[in-house]
Ligand binder design. Structure first.
Ligand SMILES: [Zn+2]
Length: 507
């Protein structure tokens, strides 16, 4: 999904109306030459004033803006979690009645119940609950710090941000330094798209392969973790991005290039993930519900080892907005959306779907059903699945939408164990972190979710985690409540605008 699409044509007629009013007023009072000079002067004053305000806002943002938290200080050298059933995610067995030992943010041991417990660490009783690795959502748009808090409160300990801005680098560092708590952020570069199709306010637009290579190097220099591509890019530019990124050993993820698909589809093998089942339908299947083309797509993706991130949740959201309209819209937690983002979305996506015709709503319902079939088909044909909700792109929030995504994959017919892998081991592999994240074993980062039931037999239990542990920091029920509350305390309008201005001016 495209985000922060600020294109709007609604005010096109406004300046003409103003001009006419101005002309009428001028005729009435009979303006002459000296007022022309004073008008120019006042225009200069207004422009200088505005410029000053912009510079002041950006200076304030750069100098003072930093995230905070009211969650109690969380530094601990470790703990012992006793009497838990462990889903290591190395396979689908559940290790019963174990003790997990965590030291300095890392799992140091998984002991049997009759083994001696280290005496130097505090004990947390597991009461026979289940523990699995922290969830990883591979496709979110972190448009406010509050979004990372909302993710962590739901047991999502890492998110892959799919539309990078400079502030994500700042937030990622703040999280690493524990200034506040939220899902760890792995962030893409700004979205790379063509000059014609890209949004001037939020995409990096490029049509020239050489400039694209230079941009890839710059983005990685600036600290972005990987490169995000959009389908509008021409074949040469898209191929150049894939090539430059592989030289630098960094991942490229995003939408396929239809241009490149026509000339050299195999080059898409360099993509780390293929985003949206909708793109499989639009790209490989030419918008036909065709089993032969679906088989070819599945063979291509599985042979190239590209992970498919279906993002069913965002499709269900737009389908429900367009078919159930206000009945669905009124149930949503819209207060948790950043106010600047919400204002933009109201003008663009919300109204578009809420005003959808009966015909468009019916089309959305039927494609939503088919996307589920196609997801199951891809899974049955050995395509590796990655969990990604596309939260932040419409009404869903990272965390709750991530769990929705997993339940929708189950509704589509994907087995619960595969779904859990899509959010743990497969997702960690996508991030090149398969040896530290996504499993519970000695040496792995202590990112865990403690659950009341076994998620393999009761996936729904993910909705209400009993405890979330990230980098060895324990968030109990009370902390999770505070995080959920903080997830509603987003940045102000002014701050959100100055963040974006900062990006537009300094890149
Ligand atoms: Zn997206």
């Amino acid at each position: 999904m495209q985000t922060l699409n600020t294109k709007s044509t609604q005010h096109k007629t406004q300046p003409i109306v103003e001009k006419r009013t101005e002309q009428r007023a001028n005729t009435r009072v009979g303006h002459t030459a000296p007022t022309y000079l004073s008008r120019i002067t006042s225009k200069i004053t207004i422009t200088v004033g505005l410029l000053f305000l912009v510079v002041f806002a950006i200076w304030c943002y750069q100098a003072f803006e930093r995230g905070t938290t009211t969650v109690a200080y969380k530094n601990s050298s470790g703990f012992v979690l006793t009497n838990v059933n462990v889903l290591t995610m190395a396979d689908d067995t559940v290790l019963e009645a174990k003790t997990v030992v965590v030291r300095n943010g890392t799992i140091s041991d998984i002991l049997n119940s009759n083994d001696a417990i280290p005496k130097d660490l505090p004990i947390i009783k597991g009461h026979g609950r289940y523990v699995m690795p922290g969830l990883i959502d591979l496709h979110v748009h972190v448009l406010d710090r509050s979004y990372a808090k909302s993710a962590l409160a739901a047991g999502v300990t890492t998110v892959r941000n799919m539309g990078g801005f400079p502030y994500h680098l700042k937030w990622r560092d703040e999280l690493e330094n524990a200034y506040w708590y939220g899902a760890n952020i792995v962030t893409s570069s700004p979205i790379m798209n063509s000059v014609e199709q890209g949004d001037p306010l939020s995409h990096f637009r490029v049509d020239d392969p050489l400039l694209a290579r230079e941009a890839v190097r710059d983005f990685i220099d600036q600290g972005y973790d990987f490169i995000k591509v959009y389908e509008g890019l021409n074949a040469q530019t898209y191929a150049a991005i894939l090539d430059e990124a592989s030289k630098l050993n960094v991942a490229v993820a995003g939408h396929p290039s239809y241009d490149l698909m026509a000339s050299a589809p195999e080059k898409h093998g360099a993509l780390r993930t293929f985003e949206h089942i909708e793109e499989v339908y639009d790209g490989f299947l030419n918008r036909e519900q065709n089993n032969e083309l679906a088989t070819a797509a599945a063979q291509f993706l599985s042979k190239q080892g590209v992970v498919l991130v279906p993002t069913l949740a965002v499709n269900r959201e737009l389908t429900r907005l367009s078919s159930e309209k206000q009945t669905y819209f009124s149930q949503l937690d819209l207060d948790a959306i950043n106010p600047f983002v919400r204002a933009i979305y109201e003008e663009t996506s919300f109204n578009r779907w809420l005003n959808a015709s009966l015909e468009l709503a019916a089309y959305n319902v039927s494609t939503d059903t088919y996307f589920h079939e196609l997801t199951r088909f891809m899974d049955n044909h050995n395509v590796k699945m990655g969990m990604g909700s596309d939260a932040g792109a419409l009404v869903g929030l990272p965390g709750p939408a991530s769990i929705d995504e997993m339940l929708l994959m189950a509704e589509a017919g994907v087995a619960p164990y595969t779904i859990l892998k899509s959010a743990t081991t497969h997702a960690a592999d996508v991030l090149f972190k398969g040896d530290t994240l996504g499993q519970l074993a000695p040496g792995f980062t202590a990112d865990m979710v403690v659950l009341n039931d076994n998620p393999i037999t009761a996936l729904n239990t993910l909705r209400e985690p009993a405890m979330v542990i990230q980098n060895g920091r324990v968030f109990n029920q009370n902390d999770l409540r505070v995080l959920k509350q903080e997830a509603h305390e987003h940045a102000s309008w002014l701050l959100s605008v100055s963040r974006h201005l900062n990006y537009l001016i300094f890149g």
